[in-house]
Ligand binder design. Structure first.
Ligand code: VAH
Length: 314
């Protein structure tokens, strides 16, 4: 049985449904800080949980007798940069609460790190699995500290912690909130609605990206892998493509020829993006647990536009 925090977020809302499909509706307990009617609350157990309330988290894990906790509740990079102290308290407070519950109740543990865990002094192209991590954003500080904390709980207390460094995730179910890579989601919504988009990230700014179905598969595959095979734990570099805004526009134009991409660069998020890698080396994830992706830019674009049209144009 699995408890998910942040289950109504960009990853959580799709991961919860995928886990319920694979493990049974009543075996996946969705939690989030507020309730939102929909398939998450209708297809299985849902509980209100503020991850700053460690006692409540422990109580719910006990009540449902879970064996796994997937901790997704957090503030993303742009929001964290605008409210750094809130980000520190929530991202780190929530994480340590979840790790303590995992330790006390002997749960398997997953939380995502990010390409945001790297900084300007990290090698930018094919960033290695093990390399310098001096991020210059509060989100990056949270992610590096989080990786170290999860490894600590593994080495010190034997908690089975696992994580991946996610690139920008693209999806059509629940929009991301406050990320630097959100332009890569907005561009598809705007292409369908208005056939044009003004990107807040500049032309030529490369970042790693991945389609949500590949991200969900990566989480499940890592969690199902025999732990004895893992040399690393927190957290594995994973990605599907290294792209810049103009590449999305080219792929979209194959389906919407009149699409126009403009630029309205947001200095804060541009600065964050430029401090991150251009592309990751994913050899550790490939060799230790068989990580692979199904969607490249063309396949993702085709699927995104097909799924967004009925949603946005009805
Ligand atoms: C963000 N989507 O932009 C998240 C993610 C790598 C990007 O961490 O903050």
């Amino acid at each position: 049985k699995i408890i998910v925090t942040g289950a109504l977020g960009q990853i959580g809302s799709e991961l919860t449904m995928e886990l319920r499909k694979q493990y049974g509706n009543n075996n996946v307990i969705a939690t989030d800080i507020r309730k939102r009617d929909g398939e998450i609350t209708e297809t299985g157990p849902f509980e209100i949980l503020d991850v700053m309330d460690g006692n409540r988290m422990a109580e719910l894990a006990q009540k449902y007798q879970v064996d796994t906790i997937i901790h997704l509740a957090a503030l993303l990079s742009a929001t964290a940069e605008a409210k750094p102290l809130l980000a520190w308290n929530l991202n780190m407070g929530g994480l340590v609460n979840a790790l303590e519950v995992a330790k006390e109740q002997n749960l398997q543990f997953f939380t995502p790190s990010s390409i945001g865990a790297f900084g300007p002094s990290t090698p930018k192209d094919r960033t290695p699995q093990d390399t310098i991590q001096r991020p210059t954003t509060m989100y990056g500080v949270n992610k590096v500290a989080g990786e170290l904390l999860c490894d600590y709980y593994f080495h010190k207390f034997g908690v089975d912690t696992r994580g991946v460094r996610f690139p920008g995730l693209i999806s059509y179910v629940t929009p991301p909130g406050g990320g630097t890579t959100d332009y890569a989601v907005e561009i598809y919504y705007e292409a369908v609605k208005n056939k044009k988009y003004a990107s807040f990230i500049d032309k030529g700014t490369y970042m790693d990206m991945m389609y949500m179905p590949d991200a969900l598969q990566a989480i499940i595959q890592l969690m199902e892998t025999d732990g004895a095979k893992l040399v690393h734990r927190n957290a594995f570099n994973v990605t599907a493509m290294s792209v810049a805004p103009e590449h999305f526009a080219e792929a979209i134009k194959k389906h919407i020829p009149e699409f126009v991409l403009e630029y309205n660069v947001d200095p804060m998020r541009q600065k964050i993006a430029e401090s991150w890698p251009n592309s990751l080396d994913i050899s550790a994830a490939q060799s230790e647990w068989g990580f692979q992706t199904k969607y490249d830019l063309a396949q993702m674009t085709k699927d995104m536009l097909e799924k967004l049209k009925p949603k946005l144009l009805k």
